[in-house]
Design a protein around this ligand. Structure first.
Ligand SMILES: C[S@@+](CC[C@H](N)C(=O)[O-])C[C@H]1O[C@@H](n2cnc3c(N)ncnc32)[C@H](O)[C@@H]1O
Length: 247
């Protein structure tokens, strides 16, 4: 006990000294680099822990990605969980022109299935990598299917109200949640809000999972802070796309 107390005393002294002296600010120009190394190493450790798992799809390692190969993962998930037959509730965060939204709507054919798509439709609310704020602006897609609904606005403004109205009904069906907003902030916010509605067997797909400072970081914080157990079920394009089942 006294050993622990001594260690704590030293730690507190060193931390307070660093705070007061600003010594570590000498390294401030390297902040981004250190952040990159830390986050990328976390991603690398995670991928290498899971790379050999037998999944519905897993193409790690391949030298070149083909974005459209995400459809192989979508198809494998739809087949495995019979999503074309059972009633599902599909929630997509980041719709843009509706490519993936329409794919899932066409695939999940049960008339009782429901589809909700969330997007600003005015593009990214903040920059992401080479993309600037406002990039990916799209008109709200046209749907010839009355099972679908789009909610326009940033998730931070719209999701809470949506969940108050539709939340209880979300528990009646298997949920298929598609995180495709690219951003750390948007992904973590949406997952945190959805947390009370998650049920065993729900599926969460990430479209840009292996982006170390965005979707991966949101996944890491979400699973660690909410103690949510997510089982990896599919990976495509070197974990760029990854899907999980809620345990
Ligand atoms: C990559 S696109 C979605 C692509 C689409 N799912 C597909 O596969 O065709 C990302 C979208 O996320 C949206 N987005 C990002 N952060 C958001 C936020 N906080 N609130 C609302 N929409 C957001 C952007 O407007 C953008 O249209």
């Amino acid at each position: 006990m006294s050993h622990k107390a001594d260690r704590l005393k030293v730690l507190k002294f060193v931390k307070d000294f660093l705070l007061a002296s600003r010594l570590l600010q000498l390294l401030q120009p390297f902040n981004r680099f250190f952040g990159f190394v830390y986050n990328f190493n976390n991603l690398t450790s995670w991928v290498h822990k899971h790379k050999k798992e037998k999944l519905l799809t897993n193409d790690f390692y391949r030298p070149f990605r083909h974005y459209d190969d995400r459809l192989k993962s979508f198809s494998a998930i739809a087949t495995e969980y019979k999503l074309g037959e059972i009633p599902v509730c599909y929630l997509e965060f980041g719709v843009a022109s509706g490519g993936s939204f329409k794919w899932w709507m066409n695939t999940c054919a049960n008339p009782a299935s429901r589809f909700y798509g969330f997007d600003t439709f005015e593009g990214l609310p903040e920059s992401w990598g080479v993309f600037d704020k406002g990039d990916m602006t799209s008109a709200i897609p046209e749907l010839n299917d009355n099972r679908g609904l789009f909610v326009k606005g940033i998730f931070q403004d719209t999701l809470n109200g949506f969940l108050q109205e539709y939340g209880p009904a979300l528990k009646d069906k298997k949920k298929l949640i598609h995180m495709d907003a690219d951003l750390f902030s948007a992904t973590l916010f949406a997952l945190s809000q959805l947390y009370p509605y998650l049920q065993k067997g729900d599926i969460i797909m990430f479209d840009e999972f292996n982006v170390y400072g965005h979707e991966f970081l949101a996944f890491k914080y979400f699973t660690e802070c909410f103690y949510v157990d997510l089982k990896l079920i599919s990976a495509q394009n070197n974990f760029y796309h990854a899907a999980f089942e809620v345990m």
